[in-house]
Design a protein. Sequence first.
Length: 304
Amino acid sequence: MPVVSWIWIPIVLAAAGAQTIRNASQRSLVKSAGTLAATFVRFAYGLPFAALGLAAVAALSPGPLPEPSVSFFAWLALGAGGQLAATAFLIMAMEERSFVVAVAYSKTEVLQIGVFSIVLLAEALTLPAVIAIVLATIGVLLLSVKPGAEFGAAMSTWFSPAALLGLASGAGFALSAVGYRGTMLALDHPLPWVAGTYSLVWAQFFQTLLLGAWLLVRDRAGLVQVMIQWRVSTLAGFMGALASMGWLTAFAMRSAVDVRIVGLVEVLYSYAISRRFFKEPVSWREIAGIVLVTAGIVVISVAR
C-alpha cells in the first residue's frame, strides 16, 4: 500500500495539537496531585485508548501485527524511558515559568536530536535541517529571556531552574524521539500507522507499570487525586494517546530530526493556550522567538 510522501507533516501538526492540550490538562493537575501523578495520567489513562486504536488499525489494515525483536524492545525502552522523564521535567518547568516558555525550553530537543541521530542512528543531517535547527534555536534563545530583562541577561536565564528543567526535558524528549525512531526501524513494518500504534501500546504499558508501581509505594495520595479528578485525567490520557500515535507514525515515515522540527509548531499552539486560558503575558521577544521557530518549521516542511 503506497503512502503519500508528505502525509507525515499533517500527522505531526495534529500530534503537536493533541500534545498541547495534554500538557495543559496535566499542568492543571499538578497542584492537587503532584508532578509524578500528573505525569502518570498521560500513560495510565492513555493506555486504554492506545489499545482501542491498535484494535481499530488491526481490523482495518491488511496483514498480521508486527513481530517484536530484542532490538525493538531495546529501542522502545530508550524511547519510553526518555518520554517519561521528559514529561515530568516539562511539568516542573511549567511551574517555574509560563506555559509557552516552558514548552519552548523543552524544544531545545531539536539540537540534541541532531547529535543523537548521528551517533545512535547514523542518520546524517540535511542542509535544510541544519538551517531549520539554527532558526529554531535562535527563536528558543529569545523565548528564554524573562519579560522586562535586558537582553544581556539572557545567558543568566539559562542557569535558572526553569531553563535547567526545560533543557532536561528537551534531552529526555530527544532521547525519546531517537529511541522511537530506532523502534520503528527495528520493527520494519510496511504500514507506519500499524507500527506506530503497536509500539505505543507496548510503551504505555511499560510506562504505566513502572510509574504506577513507584506511586503506589511512594505517593498513594497522588494516585487517589488523579482518580478523583478522572475527567481531566481522561482528557490528558486521550490527548496523550492521540499525540503519541501521531509521533510514532511519523517516526516510521521520516527521520527524528525532521519530525521534531515540524513538531515545534507546538510552541505556537502553546502561545495560544498561554494567552487564552492561563492569561499569561507574552513579550515582543517571545513573539520574535515564536516567529523564528515557525520559520524553522516552514523550511523543513518545504524541503520535505
